[in-house]
Design a protein around this ligand. Structure first.
Ligand SMILES: Cc1cc2nc3c(=O)[nH]c(=O)nc-3n(C[C@H](O)[C@H](O)[C@H](O)COP(=O)(O)OP(=O)(O)OC[C@H]3O[C@@H](n4cnc5c(N)ncnc54)[C@H](O)[C@@H]3O)c2cc1C
Length: 397
């Protein structure tokens, strides 16, 4: 018999079961509220299909607005801009639970990564506009990558020239820009000097600015990334975010956030793929018994469960460490969390598909959605090869 999954399964333990001693009461209540929301809004396959266009739309503006009304989009933004003043661990909880619950709020991740850069380096006027907007549901994007500058971001060529009156004129192309199609503004990294890393600057770029063209890129996941073409784009002198030529240092300062947010998102997906798999192999019978009861399957489930628990401990621990020492960079630990969580999510979805047999490959089940979402997570935000490189270098290699 082939089971039909309509309700989110209940196999993985909820976070506080495992980490109760390190989650505050507020954090445990927040996670529970997020799970309730996900169950109510996205608990059935019909709801998820309606919201996410058969899994091809990662972001639903209406639902995102509801999250804003609940005050959750400002989870780790300062209270003076309408946020809740929480930390990285709180934002990781949000990402883990919404990813587990398949809530189509894909705009959040680039928004929160970008907002944290404005929080640290923006002027008061920029912070007020951008952070307040993010709390209320504006989506933000960040544009570093170019056709010729992927892993080697410092090779980017998009050029910003300053005119006599201080106006910046920008020409170039950005690629792979997540959520630019639904973003209010883009944090653009452009070349302002010849030094590879010391010649980069961040700019606040409203999407509607003349000379900006956003064009979608077709991917196996659907609508998520874009090319952004910049032709004679004119920005005022005060569009600079932080210091002129200080862009690289500013990017490096945000790596804890970026890597941990991506890790938490994939941790949620790994848990979901695992639970969907367990629910299936418990019910699917061959040779007169559930396929999950064969030792070969049981051991794979056990291995996967162990991997996911290790990932959860690592992500949670590094997030709490970062919150405890906000002045410090944790390049090794943040890279480990990103590497481990993304590779685990990919493995969970691939293993899930294998353990579900042919049904895992069909669109009748959601394992193929999990796989499409997980498979690229080891590429964006620094590939697994680059994360390993970063980790290796911290050992002086
Ligand atoms: C879905 C998606 C969303 C994205 N979102 C954004 C975004 O919002 N903003 C943005 O700016 N960018 C974004 N990116 C770009 C992303 O960060 C890059 O794709 C990534 O950094 C890799 O660059 P690349 O694709 O050009 O691959 P390349 O750099 O060309 O790498 C190709 C292969 O070579 C390997 N490689 C490269 N250098 C080394 C090395 N030194 N050692 C070992 N192996 C190496 C890589 O690991 C990879 O396997 C996104 C990409 C994707 C696919």
């Amino acid at each position: 018999m082939c089971p039909t999954l309509t309700e989110p399964p209940t196999g993985t333990r909820i976070p506080e079961d495992l980490m109760g001693s390190r989650l505050t009461e507020e954090q445990a209540a927040f996670a529970a509220a997020l799970r309730d929301f996900a169950k109510r809004e996205c608990g059935t396959r019909e709801q998820r299909d309606a919201l996410a266009g058969d899994g091809h739309e990662a972001h639903h503006p209406g639902l995102y607005g509801r999250l804003a009304e609940l005050g959750w989009l400002g989870v780790c933004l300062p209270e003076e801009y309408g946020g809740s003043g929480g930390g990285l661990a709180d934002a990781c909880l949000f990402l883990e639970e919404t990813s587990y619950g398949m809530v189509p709020c894909g705009g959040f991740i680039t928004t929160v990564i970008t907002a944290k850069a404005y929080e640290r380096f923006g002027t008061e006027r920029q912070r007020r506009e951008v952070l307040t907007g993010a709390v209320c549901g504006d989506v933000l994007a960040i544009a570093m990558s170019e056709p010729g500058a992927g892993s080697d971001v410092g090779a980017l060529r998009c050029r910003a020239r300053r005119e006599g009156d201080g106006t910046w004129v920008i020409d170039g192309q950005k690629t792979w820009i997540s959520n630019a199609h639904c973003a209010k503004s883009i944090l653009l990294v452009a070349r302002t000097g010849e030094d590879k890393h010391g010649g980069l600057t961040m700019f606040h770029l409203p999407v509607g600015t003349a000379g900006v063209e956003v064009r979608g890129i077709d991917t196996m996941r659907g609508r998520e990334v874009n090319d952004v073409f910049l032709t004679g784009v004119r920005l005022p002198a005060d569009a600079v975010v932080g210091e002129v030529d200080g862009g690289w240092r500013q990017l490096m300062a945000g790596l804890n956030y970026e890597r941990l947010f991506l890790a938490a998102n994939m941790l949620g997906l790994a848990r979901r793929a695992f639970d969907d798999t367990v629910a299936y192999v418990r019910e699917r019978e061959q040779f007169g018994r559930p396929v999950g009861s064969f030792q070969a399957m049981r051991h794979r489930i056990a291995d996967l469960a162990t991997e996911i628990e290790c990932t959860r401990l690592l992500v949670r621990e590094v997030a709490l460490d970062c919150d405890a020492r906000p002045d410090r960079l944790f390049p090794r630990e943040a890279s480990m969390a990103k590497l481990k969580a993304t590779e685990t999510a990919k493995r969970a979805a691939l293993e899930g598909m294998q353990m579900m047999g042919g049904y895992g490959y069909t669109t009748e089940f959601e394992m193929e959605r999990h796989l499409r979402a997980a498979v690229v997570s080891t590429v964006y935000g620094g590939t697994s090869e680059i994360q390993r490189d970063v980790i290796g270098r911290t050992y002086g290699l």
